[in-house]
Ligand binder design. Structure first.
Ligand code: GLP
Length: 235
């Protein structure tokens, strides 16, 4: 595992942007895997800036997002689609037909999962964050790794969080399976802040276990763990 420690969040975001831009230049029709959360926000802002200032071309790029709330309309501010539109897609020249999220308009969750496994087969570069318990997407600590795109039940605290923001509180989210994650040609795992220092230590030195779902990514042949000094405190 290639470990890159940057001084602060700004430098971490710049390095992540450099990696994404390098991939886009090398392969203009690349498939990028994206995640949500706070950590990649700096990266998305830099990509949007690069489009505005230097017309970084997204016209042939396709994207596959890691997760989506099931049964939530795209226009709902809690949807992950909404987050991506707001922070990146509406700011660059990506084609709407090149954007993929699990679920879509499909009413049958299992069918939606099978469809997404096909769509997300060929990710060139996957950018993901981690939760402080090692979760990735909605893959929480458990005794198994879910290989395929899966329906994950939201925890009570997650539901409570959404309750304040929407009328239709979702029960489930769909998350890309570990086979698709591990099949990505290249992975960048981002972690910033002191609250990620323990999980970063577990990923670097600890056991590979579904109790720390992201730990399996360390087996990937082209993975960069891109962290800031606070997240590297226990290395
Ligand atoms: C949520 C998301 C994950 C994200 C994680 C970490 O659980 N479902 O995709 O990686 O939070 O978020 P943050 O980057 O805000 O720490």
């Amino acid at each position: 595992m290639n470990i890159v420690v940057k001084k602060n969040y700004e430098e971490l975001s710049q390095e992540a942007a450099r990696i994404v831009i390098r991939k886009m230049k090398e392969k203009p029709d690349c498939v990028l895997g994206f995640a949500t959360g706070n950590t990649p926000l700096g990266l998305y802002a830099l990509l949007a800036k690069k489009y505005e200032e230097e017309h970084l071309d997204f016209s042939q790029v396709s994207t596959v997002n890691l997760e989506e709330l099931f049964g939530v309309a795209r226009e709902d501010p809690i949807s992950f689609y909404y987050y991506m539109q707001k922070n990146l897609f509406s700011k660059v020249n990506i084609q709407p037909s090149h954007i993929a999220f699990p679920g879509g308009l499909e009413a049958d969750a299992q069918k939606a999962c099978r469809e997404y496994d096909q769509i997300a087969e060929n990710i060139d570069l996957l950018i993901v964050g981690i939760g402080s318990d090692g979760h990735i997407g909605f893959h929480v600590p458990s005794d198994i790794w879910k290989r395929k795109t899966s329906v994950c039940k939201l925890s009570k605290s997650e539901r409570d969080g959404y309750e304040k923001k929407t009328l239709h509180v979702p029960d489930f989210a769909l998350t890309l399976g570990f086979e698709s994650l591990m099949n990505a040609k290249e992975i960048v795992l981002l972690a910033a802040g002191a609250e990620k220092a323990i999980v970063v230590r577990k990923i670097v030195y600890g056991d590979i276990t579904p109790q720390v779902p992201a730990s399996i990514l360390s087996l990937h042949s082209r993975i960069t763990l891109l962290i800031n000094e606070k997240a590297a405190a226990f290395l």
